[in-house]
Ligand binder design. Structure first.
Ligand SMILES: Nc1ncnc2c1ncn2[C@@H]1O[C@H](COP(=O)(O)OP(=O)(O)O)[C@@H](O)[C@H]1O
Ligand SMILES: [Mg+2]
Length: 412
């Protein structure tokens, strides 16, 4: 299929996509190299096809998404990449899409920010197959990332992301709410989440923080703006890339994200779980995105004893251990830890709600609430002793930074 790769209304490049595999086979004329996704370089008018394919593949639902195999069988589609062309690659997190040759399609008529979209893909991803003869594939669910079961829905006119939790505790939707409350109290820009129930299972809901003019650029892309040398830490490299791009207030943002992730013992702040926002047409940077996806935290897959020991808490994106990552914080000045007093009561009440009892028992609730209190105390002490000095070393730097896989582990 020949098409034009578009950024909102701007033609960026001519591309040819293989109908059988969904791969980008050829890249033709480039009209607007500055609008290519960051990290796709152009040399002598030729764009890096491997980098383009990596980006395009990353745009599809990951093969590790919970329930994806069954969904593909129902859809009679061989891979998630084959779903991309069926929705023109449109998303609710950015403004890229493909315009088939001679289709005459305009962004105004098809973007999901202003036009309704089909529930068919979302229904199938959620196992709610309505047995239709003809499915409408026009859905932002085909371009959504992450391993948890999720779908977009228009609720009261707002685009909302609905996301499940992993077995056996289904804790992530509650964790999103707890993380939102902690950040609200600490005055940290964040995406607010609430919990809804569907067939006795909890789901988190949040509104789209991107709109028809803006887009999310994940940290993963930002890091590709420059080449890192081996003596530069991932943290420093990220700050350098942001500064080179002109993204403002990165260090205060990272301070707040690292502090939040310490409090909630987040295990999955990988490089697609934070990013910056820009205007898709002018490419002007608007700042870091509000903090989202904090659910893989608070011992979500652990037993209470493991939560208490805190021995095997993973840490991302910069260091392997939260205590090391905390040392990257430049300033605790604007963090009012007193605002968190009573947070364990808030957590206990939230997790004691009627539906949660099927998944989360009392000893679990106690361990979660006590863990948060303990880490706030540690943090308070750390903040008092803190000297405003950020080490720039590669010690304990993460090597592999991939998303959490929720396949149940054998020892659970
Ligand atoms: N509120 C939101 N607005 C816009 N895009 C979002 C929002 N929340 C998540 N996303 C996008 O959807 C992707 C998947 O969502 P995420 O919450 O990270 O799911 P998971 O927990 O499965 O990783 C994110 O990487 C991001 O690109
Ligand atoms: Mg995520």
């Amino acid at each position: 299929m020949n098409c034009t790769f578009m950024h909102k209304r701007i033609p960026v490049a001519e591309i040819e996509i293989d109908d059988a595999t969904g791969f980008i086979q050829k890249i033709g004329k480039i009209y607007a190299p500055e609008h290519l996704p960051i990290g796709i370089t152009v040399r002598k008018g030729v764009a890096d096809r491997t980098a383009f394919n990596d980006w395009w593949t990353d745009r599809s639902i990951p093969a590790s998404r919970s329930g994806i195999r069954e969904a593909l069988e129902t859809l009679k589609v061989s891979s998630t990449k084959m779903l991309l062309t069926r929705c023109y690659g449109l998303s609710l997190s950015d403004q890229y899409w493909i315009r088939p040759e001679d289709s005459g399609l305009r962004w105004e008529e098809i973007n999901f920010f202003e036009n309704d979209f089909s529930d068919d893909i979302g229904d199938i991803l959620f196992g709610e197959n309505k047995k239709k003869d003809i499915l409408n594939f026009g859905s932002p669910d085909s371009t959504s990332d992450g391993n948890l079961k999720k779908r977009w829905k228009i609720i009261d006119g707002k685009r909302c992301l609905i996301k499940g939790g992993s077995n056996p505790f289904r804790q992530q939707p509650f964790n999103e709410v707890i993380a939102s409350e902690i950040m609200r109290r600490l005055d940290i820009p964040h995406v607010p989440y609430t919990v809804i129930w569907n067939k006795n299972a909890p789901y988190s809901v949040c509104e789209d923080f991107v709109n028809k003019d803006t887009e999310l650029v994940p940290a993963w892309r930002i890091l590709k703006f420059k080449k890192r040398d081996n003596n530069t830490s991932w943290y420093r490299h990220f700050v350098n890339c942001c500064e080179a791009l002109g993204i403002k207030d990165v260090i205060p943002f990272l301070d707040r994200m690292i502090i939040t992730d310490y409090i909630i013992a987040n295990e999955d702040r990988h490089l697609n779980n934070f990013g910056a926002i820009r205007n898709a047409e002018t490419l002007e940077w608007l700042g870091m995105a509000p903090i989202y996806d904090s659910g893989s935290s608070l011992g979500y897959d652990k037993m209470p004893a493991q939560m208490r020991s805190e021995n095997d808490v993973q840490c991302k994106p910069f260091k392997n251990h939260h205590t090391e990552q905390l040392k990257l914080v430049t300033s605790f000045d604007r963090i009012d830890f007193n605002a968190l007093s009573g947070i364990s009561e808030y957590i206990t009440e939230l997790l004691s709600c009627e539906g949660a009892v099927d998944y989360i028992d009392e000893s679990r609730i106690r361990a979660i609430a006590a863990g948060v209190e303990r880490r706030i105390n540690n943090l308070n002490q750390f903040a008092v002793a803190h000297t405003a000095e950020c080490k720039d070393s590669t010690d304990d730097d993460v090597e592999e930074d991939i998303a959490e896989d929720y396949t149940p582990k054998m020892n659970m």
